[in-house]
Design a protein around this ligand. Structure first.
Ligand code: F6P
Length: 539
């Protein structure tokens, strides 16, 4: 059978399985399969995934695995690790795994070896970071560097910011601050209380053309110039970019590079995390790379049904394509992972938030749902009302860390995470709600009136991801898990997960509107709504 016919029939099989299992609840699936928990619990690179509370049964799972095979997930995975031009609209390889491979690997992008250069940059970043940490590298007047201002946006911000929040010491030796927004309030807040003589400004931009980052870099440079009072600014400005000539022209005294085969939202494993390497130390960062490399090995070698990224992706495909769920919430039950939802929003929605297939035809299935979240337990007291009782079913993902800050157990945190997943699954029927009201002393009429409000439909899916402790290794493994999951979804939905044309139009129009503001008049043909809004802002 040609691949496309095989794929069509795999989608048809999925539709049939969904139809066959339409009436079955999650609890029915447990009743029909004594080993459901065992079969749907996976171990991968220090993580444990429990997918048993998803809504597919045996037939659904078989159909999903058939779909993965028909979509050639294994071949596409080989193309990714083989450095082929899988980002076809930009003619680029996608090789972030090369960034975290142990020394001695031999990755190649479009046939060009890359691993030696990766190792050299990794060493240069580590050496520079250690020299800042031990005071060998100083500010221009010889004073020790005590603060870093990391400027970047999107992939040049979200990964490093998450890594820092996840792993930073309680009392960091280096005061690391992040600035992303073009709103000057972001920079003003970041610079408050800092001494330019003791501060490094790290400008991170793959392209070194991003409007927000360049505007913030100019602001920071002006702040350094004013504060250093004639001292040399260059040692205080560091660039991280795939366009080193632009960083040098801007005035960076030191520049670290990476290549165009590193996508922005997949770049945290590169010199993009320089600030974190300085703040945490190279040894900690290397441990994070090792955790991600362990997940790469798992993804590359585990059979589909035991492969954590593949199975997580298949659960999402089931929810989107078999069940029509257009959103998913992620709740990390770990304060230190509070930036995970924001990171995943870019990773998943910038990668797979698309409506055309790789061949340009309109996608008839999928694609990426809206991803949102908050750390547990905070989210429980906000939008979880809707997750439990709202009209739309929103699949949930719970990331639970066993050990707390000082290595102690956190039973209250665990109990909350498990209770949410359990409540979503079991719900509470109208009859149960009514019986509870009667037992609590309500009259019949009162019980009838209140019972609908206290009813939970249940049968709402969730996945739980467990880790023993949040370490550099488990963090690396978790983030690589999500990267590969996103890739597998893109393969199954047949979209290019590695371009982001959808962000371009707004950038172009923002430049045009800014010109209008500078010219003092709206341009010909500006639509009347935008013209009116601009009139209000410039009045
Ligand atoms: O706006 C989208 C985007 O292009 C992201 O893909 C990227 O991570 C971000 O902007 C920042 O880009 P750069 O690193 O080139 O400044």
């Amino acid at each position: 059978m040609p691949p496309s016919a095989e794929l069509d029939s795999a989608w048809t099989a999925l539709d049939h399985a969904a139809e066959a299992e339409r009436e079955a609840t999650i609890r029915d699936h447990f009743a029909a399969d004594a080993d459901r928990v065992g079969r749907l619990t996976l171990e991968a690179a220090g993580l444990t995934l429990d997918l048993s509370k998803q809504t597919f049964g045996r037939a659904g799972l078989e159909a999903l695995l058939g779909l993965a095979r028909a979509a050639r997930v294994q071949d596409r995975r080989a193309a990714l690790f083989g450095g082929e031009a899988i980002n076809a609209t930009e003619g680029r390889a996608v090789l972030h795994p090369a960034l975290r491979a142990a020394d001695g690997a031999d990755y190649a992008a479009l046939g060009e070896p890359v691993s030696r250069e990766v190792e050299q940059t990794r060493r240069a970043v580590a050496d520079y970071a250690e020299a800042v940490r031990d005071g060998t590298i100083t500010g221009s007047d010889g004073r020790r560097i005590r603060a870093l201002v990391h400027i970047g946006i999107g992939g040049s911000d979200l990964g490093p910011r998450l890594v820092w929040e996840a792993l930073k010491p309680l009392e960091p030796a280096i005061d690391l601050r992040f600035v992303a927004n073009i709103d000057d309030g972001d920079m003003a807040e970041a610079l408050t209380g800092l001494d330019p003589a003791e501060t490094l400004v790290v400008v991170v931009s793959k392209t070194f053309t991003t409007q927000e980052t360049l505007a913030n870099a100019e602001r920071a440079k002006a702040w350094l110039e004013a504060g250093l009072k004639g001292g040399d600014v260059r040692p205080h400005l560091v660039g991280v970019t795939a366009a080193p000539e632009r960083a040098e022209a801007f005035g960076c005294g030191r520049t670290f590079g990476f290549r165009d085969w590193v996508g922005g939202r997949y770049s945290l494993w590169s010199a993009v995390s320089l600030s974190c390497v300085i703040g945490l130390g190279a040894e900690v960062f290397d441990r994070m790379l090792a955790g991600a490399a362990a997940m790469d090995d798992h993804f590359r070698t585990a059979p589909l049904e035991a492969n954590a990224p593949v199975m997580l992706a298949l659960a999402q495909v089931w929810n989107v394509d078999a069940k029509g769920r257009r959103a998913r919430t992620v709740a990390p039950y770990a304060h230190r992972l509070r930036r995970l939802p924001a990171f995943l929003q870019q990773l998943e929605m910038e990668s797979n938030g698309k409506r055309v297939r790789r061949d340009g035809g309109v996608a008839t299935r999928g694609t990426c749902p809206v991803v949102f979240g908050e750390p547990g337990t905070n989210g429980q007291h906000a939008f979880f009302q809707q997750i439990h009782q709202g009209p739309e079913v929103v699949p949930a993902e719970f990331v639970v860390v066993r050990k707390g800050e000082d290595g102690r157990d956190q039973p209250a945190l665990w109990a909350n995470a498990l209770a949410q997943a359990q409540a979503l699954m079991i719900g509470k029927s109208g009859a149960e709600a009514r019986a509870e009201l009667i037992a609590a002393g309500a009259e019949d009429a009162e019980a009838d009136r209140l019972a609908p409000h206290k009813t939970f439909p249940g049968d709402r899916p969730s996945t739980t991801i467990l880790m023993d402790a949040l370490t550099p290794e488990t963090l690396g493994s978790l983030l690589a898990l999500y990267e590969h999951k996103t890739f597998v979804e893109g393969v199954i939905w047949d979209i290019n997960s590695f371009d982001q044309w959808g962000v371009e139009l707004g950038k172009v129009l923002a430049k045009a509107i800014l010109k209008d503001v500078e010219a003092g008049a709206p341009s010909e043909g500006l639509d009347s709504s935008t013209r009116a809004l601009l009139g209000w802002l410039t009045r």
